[in-house]
Write a new protein. Structure first.
Length: 544
């Protein structure tokens, strides 16, 4: 590989200039139009002082111009940091500061989210429209360096500090070219792009079609949260490829997803065998994919043949090496559980401004043929099955995944403990009968003091965001009852000083009040049955 991602897209635009690249509603953007628009945006960014290795925050609505802005950041020589307007202001500010963002591309209706947290330069796409139209549509001169930074994605941190993962063009291109071969991607492919830009798997939906001459069906801000609307998109624009987490696929099934000739990718969390069997009977092809953000989206894959008792995560994609090692970093035998390490072209640079954590997680590759290569320590426990495929078994720490997003439970606990009336607290992951995970928090008040539900609902100072979804129109008004039950994440006692009880937990110093995530979903009857009055709905549970 000798090109950056945007250079591959430029070559595709030159080869198929009149083909449709991006579609949304009645708007269709052809490849030549997309490339010219991205060039004008890049010229505008350069005029604003953006250059090689600059970092640009992107806070925009989901419109076709968003794709052009992302390409423009690369054409200007910079890397982007995706910003979700629904994230807490403190977190947005932390991300921009940590990444060293020199400029933010936004629009008038969203830029207010940065008030008080970012004092740097802005480019407002709507305000600068006339000036941008006067810019040249010629490419910005620049070097073609595949090792240049492409983007920084922030993931959950174990101490309340999200980690900014630095991904290069080489790593992203390796993923795209590997998936192109794996999926036999081409000009007839139509991809549904319905994943938030702040979730790294969105990169596959956006860029694989563009480097192969395919088409992106870009779901807008309202459609991404409505499974019924997404199904409508599948039918209106004959979509051929759909990617979602297992939770996302469950929502599509609940909304009426029936037999469709699509290639379905599922990843981001463990795929239950029952769901795999159900999907296999409805789609043209089902591929289970696995990979942490630190190794550029996906690192392994496995084609699901049908009804299975175990769903492996498969084998590594091209230019990727996987190792199952013990505590001494020695390979384990077939069938023995060990920790998964990943090496190859997809490995990230590291964590931005976190050298110690980078050194801890990105280790020298002792088995590599090339000097200086590194491997990423995933924290995932796996084993090799009899057929040589990797089987995911769980985590070696307290990290959980909800709807494909990594959640560090201690990060949320830290926020609970910040309340002056909380003596102790714990957050645990629960799972309902359908296999969907959710979070419940339990707190021990100081001397019986009240922990105000309003404070919890707001998440306290610098609340920790948890992935959420909106209910579909079919779900609106439907009561959803869940009752906290089961074991703590360590399999027994939830935390020193706290001991579980029927429907409640007790601890030293007073009653342990369940700060149940999304307790408003339970309804009064569920609360009475459990023997406690839960606090109102708050950010621990993905909101409807």
């Amino acid at each position: 590989m000798s090109r950056s991602v945007h250079h591959v897209v430029e070559a595709q635009a030159a080869a198929t200039p009149k083909s449709v690249a991006v579609v949304q509603g009645g708007e269709r953007v052809r490849y030549a139009e997309l490339d010219a628009l991205a060039n004008r945006y890049a010229q505008h960014l350069r005029a604003a002082g953006v250059g090689p290795e600059s970092v640009v925050g992107v806070l925009l609505s989901r419109e076709p111009s968003l794709v052009a802005w992302l390409l423009a950041v690369w054409k200007a020589g910079a890397a982007y940091v995706p910003l979700d307007p629904e994230l807490p202001a403190e977190r947005l500010g932390y991300m921009l500061s940590t990444a060293g963002a020199e400029l933010v591309v936004s629009e008038s209706k969203l830029v207010g989210r940065l008030d008080g947290i970012y004092s740097g330069r802005h480019v407002l796409a709507d305000r600068d429209e006339r000036e941008i139209e006067s810019r040249s549509a010629e490419p910005v001169p620049g070097r073609d360096d595949q090792h240049q930074l492409a983007y920084i994605i922030f993931t959950s941190g174990s101490t309340g500090r999200p980690k900014g993962v630095q991904i290069s063009h080489r790593a992203l291109l390796n993923l795209l070219f590997s998936m192109r071969r794996l999926l036999d991607a081409g000009t007839d492919d139509v991809w549904l792009a319905a994943t938030s830009l702040s979730f790294d798997i969105s990169g596959l939906e956006l860029y694989l079609p563009l480097v192969t001459g395919g088409r992106v069906v870009l779901a807008d801000d309202d459609e991404v949260g409505d499974s019924t609307e997404l199904l409508s998109l599948l039918d209106r624009f004959p979509v051929t490829h759909v990617q979602a987490t297992p939770s996302g696929w469950k929502l599509l099934l609940d909304a009426g997803f029936a037999d469709r000739p699509v290639v379905a990718l599922v990843g981001g969390e463990a795929l239950p065998p029952a769901l795999a069997g159900d999907l296999c009977g409805r789609v043209k092809r089902l591929v289970n994919v696995y990979g942490p953000t630190e190794t550029a989206i996906w690192s392994t894959s496995w084609d699901v043949p049908g009804d299975v008792e175990v769903v492996p995560i498969g084998r590594p994609i091209a230019n990727t090496r996987t190792y199952v090692l013990d505590r001494d970093l020695q390979p384990v035998a077939l069938g023995v559980v060990g920790e998964l390490y990943i090496a190859g072209d997809g490995v990230a640079r590291g964590y931005v401004n976190r050298p110690e954590l980078t050194a801890e997680k990105f280790l020298p590759e002792p088995f590599g043929k090339t000097a200086g290569t590194r491997m990423y320590r995933t924290g995932d426990l796996v084993r090799y099955g009899p057929d040589g495929n990797l089987e995911f078994l769980g985590r070696a720490d307290h990290q959980v995944k909800i709807r494909g997003h990594r959640i560090e439970l201690p990060e949320i606990e830290e926020r609970l403990l910040a309340h002056p009336n909380v003596r102790n607290g714990v957050v645990v992951a629960r799972e309902d009968a359908g296999g969907e995970k959710w979070l419940a928090g339990y707190v021990v008040p100081v001397d019986g003091r009240e922990v105000a539900g309003g404070w919890v609902r707001g998440g306290g100072p610098g609340r920790v965001p948890v992935p959420h979804r909106r209910r579909t129109r079919r779900e609106a008004g439907r009561p959803v009852g869940r009752r906290p039950a089961g074991r703590g994440r360590s399999g027994g006692a939830v935390r020193p000083g706290l001991r579980a009880g029927p429907g409640r937990a007790a601890g030293r110093g007073g009653r342990c009040v369940p700060a149940v995530a999304g307790a408003a979903r339970h309804g009064r009857r569920d609360a009475r049955r459990g023997g406690w009055q839960p606090l109102p709905q708050h950010q621990l549970l993905p909101n409807p």
